[in-house]
Design a protein around this ligand. Structure first.
Ligand SMILES: Cc1ncc(COP(=O)(O)O)c(C=O)c1O
Length: 361
């Protein structure tokens, strides 16, 4: 097989060891004679897979005992509706949700939230073209908000929080879809963390939700039963058929991360990968990343060629070298390299070599 490096923003590269293990176990999981895809979600085999995945994730992120881990469906965008439907019952209606707007994904969350609540954009990076996180001291939070929503890594804009947001007694909800498990995080600073799996966790179709116990019982009466966090938690994420194969692969990824030394080890490697790549982009003005250095994402690195007429040539040359899926999101153009946990440092080095060569350095 040709060696390639896949820089897709998601669905994204998965650890080779995990894919090899899944391939080896495809037809016969641990002597059961069944593929994981064929197992009942209520049978002892799958229950053991699920329990191990949950325990490993809890260990990796040091999730405190008063938080539940839910394995759901509906993706990150689904949570944009599921979160308000589950939390707005804490307040008299119409309730207010605070947002910090840092890019495309928080903007989508705002749009959806307006269907259910009043929205207060406490701070926005829009005027600056989403090139940074507005300083916390400037946020105009509402004292009575049902919750504060942030997207701690903006996958399209390449903007990442390098601090845990504070909102006093108001619970903080964080969309961590594109950087969960890439760095240490103090879960106790958040009321809710959610993440679509298809970047740092596993296949598309699984959505992870980590929610503090006291926030499980504030759903609006119109919240669909299947998306009610309390009901999902009480059923150990088996209220309906969960995405079993995606949970299995996520479990293999969690076990793999533990073998590598956990989230702290990943963070050290991710810092090094990001340093290498940004240094090549900053070396001269041939390439440009527009994000303020303090808010540059370690996971998603958007960049532009100074001469955009070279874009197609750049992408074709990259592809010829096995450097795949570098085209930027259609809404912002340019290029984007996503360098998730499963992207080895050799892949980043290969990209850096190509950046240098293409720039004629
Ligand atoms: C930060 C973030 N939030 C939400 C989403 C939407 O996720 P999904 O496509 O799973 O609904 C994405 C997808 O790329 C994302 O990057």
């Amino acid at each position: 097989m040709t060696q390639v490096f896949n820089f897709s923003a998601g669905p994204a590269v998965l650890p080779k060891e995990v894919l090899q293990q899944a391939a080896a176990e495809m037809l016969d999981w641990h002597g059961s004679g069944m593929s994981v895809m064929e197992m009942s979600h209520r049978g002892p085999e799958f229950i053991s897979i699920y329990e191990q995945a949950e325990a490993d994730l809890r260990e990796l992120l040091a999730v405190p005992a008063n938080y539940r881990i839910l394995f759901m469906q509906g993706g990150g965008l689904g949570q944009n509706a599921i979160v308000p439907l589950n939390l707005l019952g804490r307040k008299q209606q119409p309730a207010t949700i605070d947002f910090v707007q840092t890019g495309s994904w928080s903007s989508k969350s705002i749009k959806e939230a307006k269907r259910y609540a009043q929205v207060n954009v406490a701070a926005s990076g829009e005027a600056g073209g989403f090139t940074g996180v507005p300083p916390q001291g400037e946020w105009k939070l509402s004292p009575d908000a049902a919750y504060l929503h942030v997207c701690t890594n903006e996958t399209i804009d390449g903007v990442e929080f390098n601090f845990a947001p504070e909102a006093g007694e108001v619970p903080v909800v964080a969309d961590m879809s594109s950087h969960i498990l890439s760095r240490a995080v103090d879960v106790s600073k958040y009321g809710v963390i959610f993440a679509g799996a298809q970047k740092n966790i596993g296949p598309a179709g699984l959505t992870l939700v980590i929610v503090r116990d006291d926030l499980l019982d504030s759903a609006l009466p119109i919240c669909p039963g299947v998306f009610n966090w309390r009901a999902v938690a009480d059923a150990d994420s088996m209220l309906n058929t969960p995405p079993t194969y995606a949970i299995y692969i996520a479990g293999l990824v969690f076990a793999h991360l533990k073998r590598l030394g956990g989230v702290e080890a990943m963070e050290r490697i991710n810092i090094e990968k990001a340093r290498l790549l940004y240094a090549a982009l900053d070396a001269d003005d041939f390439y440009q990343n527009r994000v303020a250095p303090s808010a540059r994402s370690r996971m998603n690195v958007p960049f532009y060629l100074r001469d955009e007429s070279l874009n197609d040539k750049f992408l074709a040359g990259a592809k010829a070298r096995g450097l795949l899926q570098l085209k930027g999101h259609k809404s912002v153009g340019g290029m984007r390299a996503s360098i998730y946990n499963a992207m080895p440092i050799e892949g980043v080095q290969a990209l850096v070599d190509y950046l240098n060569e293409f720039a004629g350095r």
